[in-house]
Every structure is written in structure tokens, then in C-alpha cells.
Design a protein around this ligand. Structure first.
Ligand code: HEC
Length: 135
């Protein structure tokens, strides 16, 4: 009985550390900067310029297949779009997480030849996403 318990614990511990070693960059691990929504000017969806200038070149509900690559090598996932309010709202926090993933920001992809988002552009997405993603 005791041996079974020990064995169970070993398997349990092994399962946990195995999960941590999975080095697929998980967006869940991106720590977004804190935002005080009472002090920020929260933009509306239409005012988030980066969506229109950059993200929708690939992430657009009207685009399929190669059109979702822009100038990049890979097509953007079909379920992530920023050209309509409803779609953008659904992927609001993931958008911020991509932008704050590292110093440059993971989006737009480096191979897309699009300029990286500026700090002001990133902040606008962050505030919008964290403060209710208003239309
Ligand atoms: C040149 C095309 C292109 C542009 C422009 C682009 N993306 Fe992407 N996006 C991709 C591709 C390809 C993937 C899938 C591969 C990856 O995750 O790196 C992706 C994935 C994503 C994901 C999912 C990430 C994940 O791991 O699940 C999000 C969220 C995202 N993009 C947001 C954005 C935002 C926000 C912008 C604008 C700042 C943007 N993208 C601009 C091509 C693009």
C-alpha cells in the first residue's frame, strides 16, 4: 500500500515538471504591465490604430489562404482577426500578450518587413484590452 502511494507521488511529480519543460512559448506566461483603467484614457476599438495599420494585413476575416501571410512566410491563424470589433474583442488579451512578449513584440512577425509596434501603439492595445475592450 505504502509503495503504491510513493509510486503515485513520483508519477505525479514527474507529470508536473514535464509540463514546465515544454518550451512551446505559452502566451499565458506573458506578464502584462499593470493598467489603472480609472486613470487611463481608454480608446475605442476604432481608435486602436495598430489594428488597422498593421494587424489586419494578415488577421482579417475577409482574407483567406496566402492573403493571410501579408509579406511574411506563414499565414495568420484563421480564428484570430482584428478587422471587426467582435473578432478583435475576442482576441484582445492575446493581442496585448503578443506585443509584450519580448522587447520587440512578437507581432507583427519579424519576417513580415512591417515595422515593430511603437511603445505608444503597444500601450494603446494594452489599455483597450485590459479596460473592457470598448467598441
Ligand atoms: C505578416 C502577417 C501578420 C501580421 C501583420 C500580424 N500577424 Fe499575428 N500572426 C501571424 C502568424 C503567421 C501567426 C501564427 C504564428 C505565430 O504565432 O507566430 C500569428 C499569430 C498571432 C496570434 C496568436 C499567437 C499564438 O501563439 O496563439 C495573435 C494573438 C496575433 N498573431 C496577433 C497579432 C496582432 C495583435 C498583430 C498586429 C500588431 C498581428 N498579429 C500582426 C501573422 C501576422
Amino acid at each position: 500500500m505504502k509503495r503504491l502511494l510513493v509510486l503515485g507521488l513520483i508519477i505525479f511529480a514527474g507529470g508536473c515538471s514535464g509540463g514546465d519543460d515544454d518550451s512551446k512559448e505559452s502566451e499565458d506566461e506573458v506578464q502584462l504591465p499593470a493598467v489603472d483603467c480609472t486613470k487611463e484614457t481608454v480608446p475605442t476599438y476604432a481608435q486602436v490604430t495598430l489594428f488597422q495599420t498593421t494587424c489586419t494585413q494578415c488577421h482579417s476575416t475577409t482574407k483567406t489562404g496566402d492573403a493571410r501571410k501579408g509579406m511574411g512566410a506563414e499565414a495568420a491563424p484563421v480564428n484570430i482577426n482584428y478587422d471587426t470589433y467582435m473578432a478583435a474583442k475576442e482576441s484582445a488579451i492575446p493581442a496585448a500578450q503578443e506585443l509584450y512578449e519580448d522587447a520587440r513584440g512578437a507581432m507583427p512577425p519579424e519576417d513580415s518587413r512591417l515595422p515593430a509596434a511603437t511603445d505608444a501603439e503597444k500601450k494603446q492595445v494594452l489599455v483597450w484590452a485590459k479596460c473592457g475592450a470598448p467598441q
